[in-house]
Design a protein around this ligand. Structure first.
Ligand code: FE
Length: 195
């Protein structure tokens, strides 16, 4: 039996937090604590939102705020799967529910080239990491395991599946990217980019 009350209470609590219109550092701090509580217990994620795909990592929309103030997505990493280098353009919080993931931050130099910004972060189950244009928004993420699935739960300050953002090649050249979502079992009205 899935403990949907845990997910509902998180969404209600996070919506109430945003109603206060806090500055981004407070969203990261207080929202990060709420997300930490959500991922502390692995009893609520339905199996349909935990399915890996052999070809690529999956991004299942769990909830989109009706005013697109935030969205909650389960990322399901098959063994060894990884993202391209990418940005978000909005604040984000990443909490690992199962397994572990590796995040490599990148920074842009004066010529616009991207460089690795410090070491890879290893995020174990139960930990939360923040991204945003103000604190570092470009990274590459991969499953820390080559022999098991990992799952992380991501919270973003927009309907992330419809946000026009970028992936980057190693030289830092951007390519427009709208991620959409992997859901195929529910009507999904959130795949549309806002012009
Ligand atoms: Fe990311």
């Amino acid at each position: 039996m899935h403990n949907f009350a845990r997910l509902r209470d998180f969404l209600e609590g996070f919506g109430a937090l945003l109603d206060e219109a806090p500055p981004e550092p407070a969203i990261h701090a207080r929202g990060g604590r709420l997300l930490g509580e959500l991922i502390a217990v692995d009893d609520w994620l339905p199996a349909a939102y935990a399915q890996p795909d052999p070809d690529r990592y999956q991004q299942y929309l769990l909830h989109a705020d009706s005013r697109q103030r935030f969205s909650l997505v389960s990322f399901v990493w098959g063994p060894g799967q990884q993202t391209p280098i990418h940005d978000h353009t909005v604040w984000g919080l990443i909490g690992v529910l199962r397994g572990a993931e590796l995040s490599q931050p990148y920074i842009r130099d004066a010529e616009g080239c991207l460089h690795e910004d410090g070491p890879v972060h290893r995020l174990e189950a139960g930990t939360v990491e923040a991204v945003s244009p103000s604190i570092g928004d470009i990274h590459r993420v991969r499953n820390a395991f080559d022999d098991q699935v990992s799952i992380s739960v991501h919270l973003y300050g927009a309907n992330i599946g419809g946000v026009k953002r970028s992936t980057y090649d190693p030289d830092g050249r951007p390519k427009t990217f709208i991620s959409g979502y992997s859901n195929d079992t529910l009507p999904n009205i959130w795949n549309i980019s806002r012009e």
